[in-house]
Design a protein around this ligand. Structure first.
Ligand SMILES: *Cc1c(COP(=O)(O)O)cnc(C)c1O
Length: 423
């Protein structure tokens, strides 16, 4: 029996309606930007396996670091104990994070990184005896699938079944070009009307919404408003972190830095699940007390897993090489050239590029639903043609591993261009 058939006996997949979905493709091997299925068909991974894999599949350098760590100290509890990989990773990260970030807290995935940030925002005011219990978040935001992260998320079909069970969130429009004033006004109104603890956002790019982009100037303006009103700011860099925008972090484009950052996805180069939430000294000090009740009572069993830390250190080393920085610049240039080529296509309504992220919207009569027919048609077209791309409604985006070759990129662009023709 094929792996695909055996899978169907026992496995439940994410974001999948098993009655109507096609069977899962069984991948047996990966190298660079390529993946092979059990029938030896090859695919170009044009979305870095949900944005986690900048340096290519089965990366030898990271694998060696993992092996070395596994055979030295695979894991130790992080309550009452520490270890060098966690310390070195924190030191290395703080060197490149916005300079106001001083403390590193570990968890296991993007949702929990967000969960931690939200709990810190709420408890920070609780510890001070202030009642601030509302969050502000953007429309169409995606912050993850755990409860507080879902509450902050605005893409309705992810969260519809749970409406009414969430912490209080006020949703405001994204300051996309031309809508900035609307967005600023909504932010100010929300702060005036509610006891707001924090504002959470995906800086510059809303990934799951279909790579919706807005300017650093607009975000700067909004963070300044929050600062003036003692509203904490949380940058969810789970998608944007580690080079995707062309800089290490999307926040590197800002003048005013947020109070917290959430990191995961590319943190370990796509090898081991791990996440980090980072904080200013002021936030840490809000929990620093003789009173045990003021501590942050949050932790996961595998917090700061040494093997994950070793993978993250190796990933950071790779990210900082000239070779990788050149790859990022090269992919960016290729995207710009493709954008220029495709943007006037009669079936394309808009295009956008930031760093290694490319997105285009196909002109449609009606509002396309996230997992609608057009999306499915496109998805299957790409799979048939050996390209892994997951369109969002009428939006096709590319976010490849940085090491993707020019030849592979060319194939991806050709597939995108052909796909637009068939729909
Ligand atoms: C993917 C994502 C998350 C959730 O991360 P998981 O590891 O899937 O829990 C949160 N925020 C953003 C911006 C993301 O892209």
């Amino acid at each position: 029996m094929s792996l695909t058939n055996r899978d169907q006996q026992h496995l439940w997949h994410p974001y999948t309606q098993h009655k109507t979905a096609s069977p899962s493709i069984a991948i047996v091997r990966g190298e660079g930007a390529l993946l092979w299925d059990e029938n030896n068909k090859v695919y170009i991974d044009a979305i870095a396996s949900w944005w986690v894999n900048p340096f290519g599949h089965s990366n030898r350098f990271i694998a060696d670091a993992i092996y070395h760590q596994l055979t030295t100290l695979e894991h130790v509890l992080f309550g009452g104990f520490t270890h060098e990989p966690a310390i070195v990773l924190a030191e290395k990260l703080l060197e490149i994070l916005p300079s106001n970030q001083k403390k590193i807290f570990f968890s296991d995935n993007g949702s929990t990184a967000v969960e931690v940030a939200i709990k810190v925002a709420l408890q920070y005011f609780y510890n001070k005896g202030e009642k601030k219990t509302t969050l502000i978040a953007f429309e169409n935001a995606f912050h993850g699938d755990t409860f507080a992260a879902m509450a902050a998320s605005g893409i309705s079909f992810y969260t519809e079944a749970f409406q009414g069970m969430f912490i209080d969130v006020v949703r405001i429009p994204v300051p996309v070009k031309g809508q900035e004033q609307l967005s600023y006004a909504a932010l100010q109104q929300a702060i005036a009307d509610h006891n707001v603890a924090g504002f959470i956002f995906e800086p510059l790019v809303q990934g799951a919404a279909g790579m919706v982009m807005y300017s650093a100037e607009a975000l700067d303006q909004m963070i300044r408003v929050c600062n003036q009103n003692h509203v904490l700011t949380i940058a969810d860099e789970v998608m944007t972190g580690f080079g995707k925008t062309g800089r290490n972090f999307a926040c590197d484009f800002l003048q005013t830095q947020p109070d917290m950052l959430c990191l995961s996805k590319a943190l370990t180069g796509g090898t081991i699940p791990m996440a980090i939430t980072t904080f200013t000294q002021e936030l840490f000090d809000g929990f620093y007390s003789d009173d045990i009740n003021k501590a942050l009572f949050h932790g996961h069993t595998f917090t700061a897993n040494p093997t994950g830390c070793a993978a993250a250190i190796a990933s950071l080393t790779l990210l900082q090489t000239d070779e990788m920085q050149n790859n990022i610049a090269r992919v960016h240039q290729s995207h710009l050239a493709f954008e220029k080529h495709i943007q006037n296509h009669p079936k394309v309504s808009t295009t956008r590029v930031l760093g290694v992220i490319f997105a285009l919207e196909i002109k449609t009569e009606s509002q396309e639903s996230y997992y609608g027919d057009l999306r499915n048609k496109l998805y299957h077209y790409f799979i048939e043609n050996g390209i892994i791309i997951r369109p969002v409604g009428n939006i096709i985006y590319i976010l490849p591993p940085y090491i993707i070759t020019e030849e592979q990129l060319k194939k991806v662009y050709e597939a995108v261009e052909n796909a637009i023709e068939i729909v």
